[in-house]
Design a protein around this ligand. Structure first.
Ligand SMILES: [Zn+2]
Length: 219
């Protein structure tokens, strides 16, 4: 990591630095954590995003959790490939300390996958809704499809009340709205994922160029 203090260029659009994470990404990354762990743990993103090898004791302290609680979160994230670690032996105490790094690309990929699965479920629901009618027992609040209603002679087997034809239009509209919202979210996440992929590619190329240069200097 460089320690140089670069002077801020005036009136120039700021170039994104390596490791810099924008607010939109932070928000998305936090939603991954909320989905996988819980709402209380989302702060871990503020501590890990844009950094490398963060000391787990520092994470525990900031999250106000015990070291074991903190490790449990990190291990879980590690199972999904969202974080990686290096460990170093504390020479005085003789135990290992783990240092954690967030994989933004993996996190965004997982989020994208989860959202796409949700979309599939909603699309199936929407499809089922538009296929045939549905019937409702208003007493039991149980809804059945046309086939089941027919088998029951349009009478609820629980309370023997006659089924009512349920109005699907509202439900279909509701699902439709959710589908649109999810699709917009998926586009957003996929854009960020691609951005991250490009960033990794550029970093790799820079490393290759640097190694090339060094090789030439040695000749
Ligand atoms: Zn009933």
């Amino acid at each position: 990591m460089s320690k140089e203090k670069s002077k801020k260029p005036k009136k120039e659009t700021p170039k994104p630095k390596i490791g810099e994470v924008d607010k939109r990404q932070i928000k998305l990354l936090k939603s991954v954590i909320e989905d996988l762990i819980n709402k209380q743990s989302v702060e871990i993103i503020d501590l890990l995003a844009g950094k490398k090898n963060v000391n787990e004791f520092a994470i525990a302290e900031k999250l106000k959790l015990t070291i074991n609680q903190t490790r449990n979160i990190l291990y879980k994230l590690s199972d999904f490939g969202l974080v990686s670690f290096i460990r170093k032996k504390d020479k005085r105490k003789g135990w290992y300390i783990y240092f954690w790094t967030l994989d933004i690309f993996q996190s965004l990929s997982l989020l994208e996958e989860k959202l796409k699965n949700k979309l599939k479920v909603l699309e199936t629901q929407s499809h089922n809704r538009t296929q045939g009618r549905h019937y409702l027992c208003t007493t039991c609040s149980i809804e059945v499809n046309e086939e089941t209603a027919l088998l029951n002679d349009f009478i609820c087997p629980e309370c023997e009340e006659v089924y009512e034809l349920s109005d699907d239009s509202e439900v279909i509209e509701h699902i439709g709205k959710n589908i649109d919202k999810l699709k917009r979210e998926i586009i957003l996440v996929s854009e960020e994922r691609i951005k991250q992929e490009e960033k990794i590619g550029k970093e790799k190329q820079r490393k290759i160029n640097r190694a090339e240069k060094e090789k030439q200097l040695k000749r």
